[in-house]
Every structure is written in structure tokens, then in C-alpha cells.
Design a protein around this ligand. Structure first.
Ligand SMILES: Cc1cc2nc3c(=O)[nH]c(=O)nc-3n(C[C@H](O)[C@H](O)[C@H](O)COP(=O)(O)OP(=O)(O)OC[C@H]3O[C@@H](n4cnc5c(N)ncnc54)[C@H](O)[C@@H]3O)c2cc1C
Length: 370
């Protein structure tokens, strides 16, 4: 097996690393930047470079490039800590969903702004009583003439306070079995009746939000895909959400910056470095398999579990390597380490908890008895 990238991708990789480093230098945050570091200007730069919608069909305005090219660019951008949060959800998830399930009008209305990096999207799935169990969603949308009227509450919506649209999962048939009565709507976050309240997390970041909907009128043409049939669409989106390089490299830059501070005369430290380095290589191959469409169906559950558990291991390793200095949170490296330790539990919660993903693996991938 030859694990090297094809030589023609090396120039693209070098360019992406240079762009990422320049952007990361300007940014306050260099970890978890795909979710917690929005930057509208950088988003537009990505659009100008043709690095948004890279693999989408040319007829839809996309780049028509290969999944491997996109992988190379985002491995560099995320690994180097470039501020990606403005464009990431739409590029990773909403754009591909609209390409697959959206109407031509929806594609014409939304893809151009996603491609040039001028629109930001948030994912409106979780609710206070419906996280792991999507089928318990209660936010209601009732058809009224040419609109749906939405009432309810979402929570943990990353980037909602700075986004333009929320991709909302709603209950449209309360009498159907729980999985069967759900639909998806594109909602303009400036619509009357929407209240957005940022939530401060343990790192003092306010990237995720609670969002309330009170008699919000959403044009009926904003329904994506099938009425009451969105469960299949949600599962497809979760595949986009779980198998990517964002799940492996969120704190890669921190690891690289901490390495020179480690005491490699200690064999236990060397062993841990060896385990993490092997983990990166295994995780990268798992992600590449997803990217190239070679992974078994729903295997992204395993990819995300492996990669995010490694991210947590990296956070603990960085803290152990710095020792007590990691607790002081002084500006600089120790502050980054203590922030990352506080953030790390999120890796195995967001996008589906590790327990749920192990259930998917056991029941749906391996076909084990419940
Ligand atoms: C940083 C971050 C960003 C997020 N961003 C978004 C976003 O942008 N949009 C959005 O909609 N949501 C977002 N979320 C929410 C995330 O998707 C949910 O937190 C996650 O799905 C878990 O749901 P919950 O918090 O309600 O926990 P629960 O579902 O209540 O689970 C609580 C615990 O019980 C366990 N559990 C539950 N059911 C089972 C079961 N059947 N078997 C075994 N164990 C079980 C879980 O594993 C977990 O440990 C984000 C979360 C985080 C941490």
C-alpha cells in the first residue's frame, strides 16, 4: 500500500497550509475552529479560492473537484486552526443536503451564497428533551396557507447567534409514529418570532445557543424534501456530520505546539506519543475511507467514535505534558491547554454521543441482537 498523497496534490496542500497559518495567526482561537471560530472575511476568502463546495457538481456552481482534493484542503485548514466556523456547516452538510433533497429553486436561492462564503448556517436539531433521540422532537410546524407556522424550542445550536439560516427539524404530523412525522425547513433567522440566546460553555465560549420559535411563519417552499419523511434525510446528514476530518484534528495544532514541551526521556511519555501518533494515522485512514466512499454503510459511527476519543486523549496528554502549568491558564500555551481540557468532553457528545454511536455499530452495522 502507498499511503502518500498523489504528487499533484502536494501543491494544493502547501497552498492550503500557508493560507491556514496566515489566518490562524490573526485568530484568537486555534483549537476547535471549525465550530467555535466564526470569521466572515475568511469565509469569503475560502469562497474566492474555490474551496467551498469543492466537490459539488459544476452545473450547481460547485468546483467539480475530487473528494481527495477537498480532504487535502480541509485537513490543512482544520489541522492548522484556521477560523472555519462561518462556512463549515453549510459546506459540510447543508449544501450537500440541498443538492440531494432540495428543489431547483432552493438550490438556486441558497447554493450561490454558500459557495461564495457569504451565508452562515446553523443546525436546528436538538431540543431540551430530544438530543440522542431525534424521534422525540416536539417543535411543531403547522401548515397555514402558503406557510408553516413554527412553535417550539431548540438548544445547543452552534453558531446560531451569528448565522443567517437555521436548518430546522420539526414535527409536522403529531399523530404519526415518532419517526414518521418529521420534516425539515430552511428558516431565515431574522424571521419575526425568533429569539436567540447564546449559552456560555465551560470554556466561556458562547458558540452554541438556545433558539425559541413563537408563531414563526416559514414559506411553504422552504420545506426540504418530503413532508413527514425527513428521518431518512436526517440520517444522511448525520453521515456527512460524522465521518469527516473535523472529528480528528480539532486540537491537532495544540498537540503539535505542546510536543516540544514534553519530557521524552520518560518512556511513559514516549509510549503515549506513540499511541497518539498511531491513532492519528489510523483515524486519517478511517476518514479517508469515508471521504472516498469506501466505508461500509453507517460506519461513520465507528470513525467518529475512534477519532473523537483520540481528540480527548490528546487533550489529556497535553495537560499531563504541561503539568501544573496547564492549570494556571496563563495567556499562551497553558491557557490553550486548560481551555481544551474544558472543551474536550464535547468531542464525544456533539454529532451523536459515543454511547449512541456504539449502539448504531452494534445493532445496525454488526447486526448484533439488542
Ligand atoms: C459542542 C456541542 C455542539 C453542538 N452543536 C449542535 C448543533 O449545532 N445543533 C444541534 O442540533 N445540536 C448540537 N449539539 C447537541 C448534541 O447533538 C447533543 O448534545 C447530543 O446529541 C446528545 O443529546 P443530549 O445532550 O440531549 O443528551 P441525551 O440524549 O439526553 O443523553 C444523555 C446521556 O445518556 C446517554 N444515552 C442516551 N440515550 C441512550 C441510549 N439509547 N443508549 C445508551 N446511552 C444513551 C448519552 O450517550 C449521554 O451520555 C451540540 C452539542 C455539543 C456538546
Amino acid at each position: 500500500m502507498d499511503f502518500e498523497l498523489p504528487p499533484e496534490l502536494s501543491a494544493l496542500q502547501a497552498e492550503a497550509i500557508a493560507v491556514a497559518r496566515a489566518a490562524a495567526e490573526q485568530s484568537d482561537l486555534t483549537e476547535d475552529t471549525w465550530i467555535a471560530a466564526p470569521d466572515r472575511v475568511f469565509s469569503m476568502e475560502l469562497g474566492k479560492r474555490g474551496w467551498l463546495g469543492m466537490t459539488w457538481p459544476v452545473e450547481a456552481g460547485g468546483g467539480g473537484r475530487t473528494p481527495l482534493e477537498r480532504f487535502v484542503v480541509f485537513e490543512a485548514l482544520i489541522g492548522e486552526g484556521a477560523p472555519l466556523a462561518t462556512s463549515w456547516f453549510a459546506d459540510r452538510q447543508m449544501g450537500p443536503t440541498l443538492l440531494q433533497f432540495g428543489t431547483p429553486e432552493q438550490q438556486r436561492a441558497h447554493l450561490p451564497a454558500i459557495l461564495d462564503g457569504t451565508s452562515a448556517w446553523s443546525i436546528g436539531m436538538s431540543e431540551p428533551d430530544a438530543g440522542s433521540d431525534v424521534a422525540s422532537i416536539r417543535t411543531r410546524a403547522v401548515r397555514d396557507g402558503d406557510a408553516f407556522v413554527v412553535n417550539g424550542q431548540k438548544i445547543w445550536n452552534s453558531g446560531a447567534a451569528s448565522a443567517d439560516f437555521i436548518y430546522l427539524i420539526v414535527r409536522t404530523d403529531p399523530d404519526a409514529p415518532p419517526h414518521a412525522g418529521l420534516s425539515e425547513l430552511i428558516v431565515d433567522l431574522r424571521s419575526p418570532g425568533i429569539t436567540i440566546q447564546p449559552i456560555k460553555d465551560m470554556t466561556a465560549s458562547e458558540h452554541f445557543c438556545e433558539v425559541w420559535f413563537e408563531d414563526v411563519r416559514v414559506p411553504a417552499e422552504n420545506l426540504v424534501g418530503e413532508l413527514n419523511g425527513s428521518f431518512r434525510q436526517v440520517m444522511r446528514q448525520m453521515e456527512h456530520e460524522r465521518g469527516g476530518i473535523d472529528r480528528l484534528l480539532s486540537n491537532r495544532k495544540l498537540y503539535v505546539d505542546v510536543l516540544p514541551w514534553t519530557d521524552t526521556s520518560d518512556p511513559r511519555v514516549r509510549q503515549e506519543i506513540a499511541a497518539i501518533e498511531s491513532g492519528y494515522r489510523i483515524g486519517r485512514l478511517l476518514v479517508l475511507r469515508e471521504v472516498l466512499g469506501q466505508a461500509p454503510k453507517q460506519f461513520s459511527a465507528a470513525t467518529k467514535t475512534f477519532c473523537t476519543e483520540l481528540e480527548q486523549r490528546v487533550a489529556w496528554f497535553c495537560a499531563a505534558a504541561l503539568g501544573p502549568a496547564a492549570m494556571l491558564a496563563e495567556p499562551g500555551l497553558s491557557q490553550r491547554v486548560s481551555r481544551n481540557v474544558a472543551y474536550a468532553p464535547a468531542y464525544t457528545i456533539m454529532g451523536g454521543t459515543t454511547e449512541i454511536l456504539r449502539n448504531i455499530l452494534g445493532e445496525r452495522v454488526l447486526g448484533l441482537p439488542r
